[in-house]
Design a protein around this ligand. Structure first.
Ligand code: CTP
Length: 441
């Protein structure tokens, strides 16, 4: 190593912090990977979020390792020695090493990066770890810990990450950071919110300049969507979304993207709902639910245009359409003071996905809220005892009539008109007789 870094913590403390925050399997894996690096005569380091989280004493699941070596060759050698398999990403020169007992390690070659233009993917060249750290986004993510047996636990902190961690500051390493990679605008907001850190004033200025210069619009839809997904998967999504909105970053993703007026209330309700989900909401995907809420003020055509911009998959598209249809067709009925039978409540909500139900509940007034709660805790799981095949035994043929009778039977169950199998049988026989009478007319 050419340069000496100033270490604020002892290597021993860093080792201890890593052991505390990594699973025992992951901690063992980095020791083993360090030995493999020794055998190949190369430097190896855990980097980025792993080091940050260790110093913050936060549990960390992802293992990111940088080697002063060809990452794919290194990963293959490690897989041979330790047992495991390798997923290669030739285009990026990186590899995912999957070891036993659920340990996954992202391995990259230590490299410097240059950018042809803002938003472009970087041109990369292998370089020592010191240069690798200098290409990174924020000082707190620009630290590495050596994992070679000799020097294990040595902390490299060229940008002052520890200082910023200690004072709670998020700071870019240089003034072109957001130009190099405008997804850092979204990352900045995400990390600031997650750790409740202040954004350093110069970084704040550069952040606003990046948004004002519309740099986010140069990034591909997939990359923006990935960052949005990460933001919407955080425990606290309102703060970063609100920040993106006030910076003008949502509008630079899609001109009409604004948060709904009731957003603070909506998201705080959603947090409570998703923390303790009831009924089918238990299977809602958190970030999809948050996405629906975040676009709920957009017209359906603007929401669809945003989804096009983000190159969204079919699932999110159909959720957005579903919520829009609900708002047009069913919201008023659900909120109205007019009496709704239990089967009416069921019919209003039955076809909805868990994500839409969560957002409908979060944005419901008191009457609708009681109805959704009743649906989730009780109505949605009401099933008649008799099934389609029972109805065939009773003389019906497969088809519309059978489906209609089953639906009516469920309604009768929901409204308490039938409460036992005997009553269901009576109900169905009567329905068949009525059909016969109608058919004879
Ligand atoms: N990184 C960067 N610029 C980016 C993305 C990533 O410099 N646009 C670097 C940072 O050093 C970061 C590391 O790559 O720490 C790993 O990135 P990633 O896995 O996305 O994030 P983490 O920092 O691990 O954060 P998280 O806890 O959200 O996974």
């Amino acid at each position: 190593m050419g340069e000496q870094w100033e270490y604020h913590v002892q290597d021993r403390d860093v080792t201890e912090a890593l052991t505390d925050t990594l699973s025992p399997e992951a901690a063992e894996a980095i020791r083993n990977l360090g030995k493999i690096a020794d055998g190949r005569g190369v430097g190896a380091f855990v980097v980025g979020g792993v080091v940050r989280d260790a110093l913050m004493k936060r549990a960390c699941e992802d293992l990111d390792i940088v080697v002063e070596d060809d990452a794919i060759d290194f990963a293959e050698a490690a897989a041979r020695e330790l047992g495991g398999h390798v997923k290669k990403y030739r285009r990026f020169g990186t590899a995912l090493l999957v070891l036993g007992r659920g340990v996954k390690v992202d391995i990259a070659t230590s490299r410097s990066e240059s950018y042809a233009r803002p938003g472009a993917l970087p041109d990369v060249a292998p370089d020592p770890i010191e240069l690798d750290l200098k290409r990174r986004d924020f000082t707190l993510n620009a630290m590495a810990v050596r994992i070679n047996a000799e020097g294990f636990g040595e902390l490299l902190d060229p940008a002052g990450g520890q200082e910023d961690l200690a004072t709670g500051v998020l700071r870019v390493l240089h003034e072109h950071s957001f130009e190099d990679d405008p997804t850092r605008v979204l990352r900045c907001v995400r990390f600031a919110a997650r750790f409740s850190f202040e954004v350093d004033p110069l970084t704040e200025q550069l952040l606003q300049d990046a948004v004002d210069n519309d740099l986010v619009s140069t990034v591909s839809g997939e990359r923006i969507m990935n960052e949005i997904r990460l933001i919407l998967s955080e425990d606290e999504v309102w703060a970063p979304l609100e920040r993106l909105d006030s910076l003008g970053a949502l509008a630079s993703i899609h001109a009409e993207w604004r948060l709904p007026e009731n957003a603070p209330h909506l998201f705080s309700e959603l947090v409570a709902i998703m923390e303790d989900p009831v009924g089918s909401i238990r299977s809602a995907t958190l970030w999809h639910t948050n996405f629906l809420a975040a676009v709920s003020a957009l017209s359906i055509s603007d929401a669809r245009a945003l989804l096009d911009r983000l190159r969204s998959g079919a699932t999110l598209r159909s959720l957005v359409d579903e919520l829009a249809r609900f708002e047009v067709r069913a919201r008023e009925r659900l909120e109205s003071e007019n009496a709704l039978s239990r089967s009416n409540v069921y019919d209003t909500l039955a076809a909805l996905s868990p994500e839409t139900l969560a957002v409908v509940l979060a944005s419901a007034g008191p009457i609708a809220s009681r109805r959704v709660a009743l649906y989730l805790s009780e109505l949605e799981s009401v099933e008649p005892v008799l099934s389609g095949s029972d109805l065939i035994v009773l003389g019906l043929e497969e088809g519309t009539d059978l489906g209609d009778i089953l639906t009516d039977l469920r309604r009768a169950r929901l409204d308490g008109f039938v409460t036992s199998k005997t009553e269901e049988l009576e109900f169905v026989r009567r329905a068949i007789r009525n059909l016969d009478v109608e058919n004879k007319r």
